[in-house]
Design a protein around this ligand. Structure first.
Ligand SMILES: Cc1cc2nc3c(=O)[nH]c(=O)nc-3n(C[C@H](O)[C@H](O)[C@H](O)COP(=O)(O)OP(=O)(O)OC[C@H]3O[C@@H](n4cnc5c(N)ncnc54)[C@H](O)[C@@H]3O)c2cc1C
Length: 458
């Protein structure tokens, strides 16, 4: 395909869609670029909605791009829902009936909270934390409610519980198992966060699951638990997993699995169709298989690579910029505790990789990446001083993952050691009980940095 002024159509105005548009505009000053979003905002920070709920950021502060950004870069932003695609005619149809032809198409439709599976899940008052509108709904419902019940085993569930408590609600937090974020935290880390949760006045219940949401006049009135207990509440916050928005391709000959399968250029099996961000399932150099990656930095990086390659395809050339995935990284502030997760980290080193749960049971699908896959020879070392702790996972002399709580001074060194796969010759010394882990890590990092500097000056 070769058109003088190609039309690039981008469905999605999140981190992936906007970085795609930026990459295209950098390389093609003439092409027409259209972004479509079914949300009524310019690009905003999706991770930021958790902080919006806590009252720490306002709506204007969430906006990552102003309307002038779109004008300056000559990006047409359309607000509306795309209802269908015709791949052979290279056209997209909006719900309004409007037809948009394209030369190259980007699907950056993101992911949404998995709908709760229990009976009564259609009742008013069942809320999820995935879009700004839904965060506003939580605030609005919170004004009239007295009690909330939150269910979910991951980071979004914790953010939801913290946010509802912040609204002044009596908050119950249900955990199916016997510790928090079980796919990531070990017993000791769970205790550190648990202490903070109780300190905030949240009622934590282990070994409890919702059997049914009970309503009156279409609104939540209580939850019945599988143990038989009943809790009166007006809100149920559900964060039981995320699901890529695949509706547009589900009946099309587009290769798909949990997400849209793409090659290293973020191109699907249809040469004029690209995907990036939460909806794309790209090759993962860490797990060596196609993997979803529900993280903000990955959405930006996949979008940038895809945008570059879309310009190539629009001008009749082969895509040539592969996406290079960094090690998974996430930093969060939960109940006043700073938590950073880097690389491959699971609660139990040595767990069988086939144990990875269905995506729908995970919160912010990234947990899947962090916990998979472990060989039996992954070993862990842990060090703890009060609410500050560091845990590393080692495999064949290389640190493959780390989880930091509280003090964050090791975050950058560990990130570099993991990203660069630095070989640690006396790795066993990190595992001995007498070693002071933070100091040992810093010593290895300094050694590596010096070696790097010597190489650079040569
Ligand atoms: C509460 C919360 C906290 C998070 N915290 C973190 C964090 O701390 N760190 C981190 O790395 N990640 C975090 N994430 C994940 C991160 O936000 C996502 O990975 C990232 O936003 C994905 O970007 P995206 O562009 O792929 O998708 P999205 O941002 O979801 O954008 C999708 C876009 O597609 C549009 N769209 C979808 N379908 C249609 C359609 N049919 N027609 C028109 N438009 C459509 C939507 O309107 C939207 O504009 C968090 C997510 C949530 C919900």
């Amino acid at each position: 395909m070769q058109t003088m002024t190609p039309h690039y159509l981008i469905i999605g105005n999140g981190a992936a869609g906007v970085s795609t548009a930026e990459a295209i505009r950098r390389r093609d000053s003439n092409g027409r670029i259209t972004l479509i979003s079914d949300e009524p905002y310019p690009m905003y920070s999706r991770p930021g909605i958790a902080y919006y709920l806590l009252g720490q950021v306002s709506e204007p502060q969430l906006m990552s791009r102003r309307p002038s950004f779109y004008q300056k870069n000559r990006l047409d932003l359309l607000h509306g829902k795309v209802a269908g695609l015709d791949l052979s005619a290279q056209a997209a149809y909006l719900e309004s009936g409007q037809r948009l032809n394209y030369d190259v198409l980007m699907l950056a439709t993101g992911a949404r909270a998995t709908p709760p599976p229990f009976p009564g899940s259609q009742l008013d008052g069942i809320l999820t934390l995935d879009t700004l509108d839904n965060a506003k709904k939580i605030v609005q419902f919170g004004r009239k409610a007295k009690t909330a019940v939150v269910v979910g085993g991951g980071i979004t569930a914790m953010e939801l519980a913290e946010g509802l408590r912040h609204q002044g609600l009596k908050t119950h937090f249900l955990q199916r198992g016997s510790r928090l974020w079980p796919r990531l935290f070990d017993e000791r880390e769970s205790h550190i966060v648990e202490h903070q949760i109780r300190h905030e006045g949240i009622h934590l219940h282990y070994g409890e699951e919702i059997a049914e949401a009970v309503g009156k006049n279409g609104r939540v009135e209580s939850v019945r638990l599988q143990s038989g207990k009943e809790i009166k509440c007006q809100i149920i916050g559900a964060a039981i997993g995320v699901k890529p928005n695949m509706d547009l391709v589900k009946d099309l000959p587009v290769e798909q699995n949990q997400g849209i399968l793409v090659n290293e250029f973020m191109q699907s099996n249809i040469p004029t169709l690209f995907a990036a961000g939460d909806v794309a399932q790209a090759y993962d150099r860490w797990t060596k298989k196609p993997q979803l990656d529900i993280l903000w930095p990955s959405a930006i990086q996949t979008g940038l690579a895809a945008g570059h390659n879309m310009v190539e395809v629009a001008h009749g050339r082969a895509p040539n910029l592969p996406y290079q995935k960094g090690s998974p990284f996430n930093a969060a502030l939960l109940f006043g505790v700073h938590i950073t997760v880097i690389g491959r980290i699971g609660a139990e080193a040595g767990r069988d990789s086939d144990e990875v749960e269905e995506l729908s049971h995970l919160s912010r699908g990234s947990s899947q990446i962090w916990t998979a896959p472990f060989q039996s020879h992954v070993r862990s070392a842990w060090d703890n001083k009060g609410a500050n702790s560091v845990r590393i996972n080692l495999q064949d002399g290389i640190i493959v993952g780390a989880l930091l709580m509280g003090n964050q001074h090791l975050a950058d060194p560990l990130r570099q050691l993991i990203e660069q796969q630095v070989f640690i010759s006396d790795a066993d010394s990190l595992l001995t009980r007498h070693a002071h882990l933070p100091e040992a890590i810093l010593t290895h990092w300094e050694k590596w940095r010096k070696a790097e500097q010597i190489l650079e000056t040569r």
